[in-house]
Design a binder for this molecule. Structure first.
Ligand code: ACO
Length: 323
């Protein structure tokens, strides 16, 4: 059977780091409060010349270089983002143009913090259906542009950045020791959409709007939703928490990550944690964390990796992939 194998990965961060202490000089907060509640120590914030497209392009170029291929070898670009440069066209076509790619197709996909998991699942299904040989999947965000910097309950949580992976069709035998994506499970429940949303948009207010969140409500649902979908992935493959080499969750909040790992019996040394360095970068957080684990030598070919995310909508999902 056809498997979608990760051929390469890369990431890009804005130039500017903003520490909790720096934030505390502008808004009524403290390093202690932010670290205790979220585990975040710093985040990267885009300068005016840095956009979702420019960060996405840089991450894509890094992933292409890591895979040892050029844009001519790519059939499709999928960009997961909730912070596009324009309402339309899709930021993915801007990235396509920046990369000098004239063939194939590029489009955006929007599932907020679960965007990368939704995009990699979509790409996997194009590949398994034989409709594409290699797909560039990017998660890129400039959440700093939709934050209300007067609202200390949200603005301290998020950051900007981008990450990318390249998936390639390769033959597998259909067993769980195949390389590539082994299973993926996506969910959404729109009845929760008022718990985490942006209070603007083209057809409602004709403005971009600002992020609004009922933090406690999100927290309340997060662990149950995350663990439910991961258990479905385990059930389908017959794999267990013990088989996992690396758990790479969406990086929203250290307390959510720790509680999820504990409930699933995933050992803490298997958890890739980057929320302290990046903050919550929404759809970019998983590929940014992948880049960290690949760059520091932890994540190697053959490792079994569990990706998971939950976000606005609510949307949530899990992917099991053998590197
Ligand atoms: N600095 C200092 N004090 C603050 C800040 C801040 N930045 N923000 C809020 N406070 C104060 C509040 O005003 C409140 O003060 P009061 O008790 O005098 O009224 C106090 O801190 C507690 O506020 P809560 O909102 O109850 O704080 P809580 O412990 O719930 O933590 C948080 C807030 C961190 C947002 C938490 O609810 C959370 O982690 N929620 C999960 C949401 C999340 O991570 N979302 C990310 C996006 S969704 C996703 O990606 C999955």
């Amino acid at each position: 059977m056809i498997r979608s194998v990760v051929l390469g990965s890369g990431a890009a961060k804005p130039r500017t780091v903003v520490t909790n202490a720096e934030l505390a000089t502008k808004i009524d907060t403290s390093d202690e409060w932010i670290q205790q509640r979220t585990g975040i120590k710093q985040r990267y914030i885009a300068e005016p010349d840095e956009t979702t497209a420019s960060l996405g392009e840089a991450a894509a170029r890094a992933a292409l270089a890591d895979a040892g291929i050029t844009v001519d070898d790519i059939d499709m670009i999928l960009l997961a983002t909730s912070t596009p440069d324009n309402t339309f066209p899709a930021t993915a076509v801007n990235i396509q143009d920046r990369l000098g790619m004239k063939h194939g197709a590029a489009f955006d996909l929007q599932a907020v913090c679960s965007g990368f998991v939704f995009a990699i699942t979509t790409a996997d299904n194009y590949i398994k259906a034989g409709r594409a040989k290699r797909i560039l999947v990017i998660g890129a965000e400039t959440f700093s542009r939709i934050l209300d910097w007067e609202d200390r309950t949200t603005c301290v949580l998020f950051g900007d950045g981008a990450g990318a992976v390249i998936l390639e069709a390769q033959e597998g035998v259909g067993l769980s020791n195949d390389r590539g994506i082994l299973t993926s499970h996506l969910r959404s429940d729109g009845s929760h959409r008022d718990k985490l949303y942006v209070d603007g948009g083209p057809s409602s207010t004709q403005t971009v709007g600002h992020l609004r969140m009922q933090g406690r409500e999100v927290f309340k649902h997060a662990v149950a939703m995350i663990t439910d979908v991961i258990e479905a992935a385990f059930e389908e493959t017959g794999l267990t928490a013990e088989d996992i080499d690396w758990f790479i969750p969406h990086q929203a909040n250290r307390r959510i990550i720790d509680a999820s790992a504990k409930k699933l019996n995933i050992a803490s040394e298997k958890v890739v944690l980057t929320v302290d360095q990046h903050g919550n970068t929404s759809a970019a957080s998983i590929p940014l964390a992948i880049d960290v684990a690949v760059s520091d030598g932890r994540l190697k070919e053959g490792d079994l990796v569990l990706l998971e995310a939950m976000g606005g909508g609510f949307t949530w999902g899990a992917v099991l992939v053998r590197w």
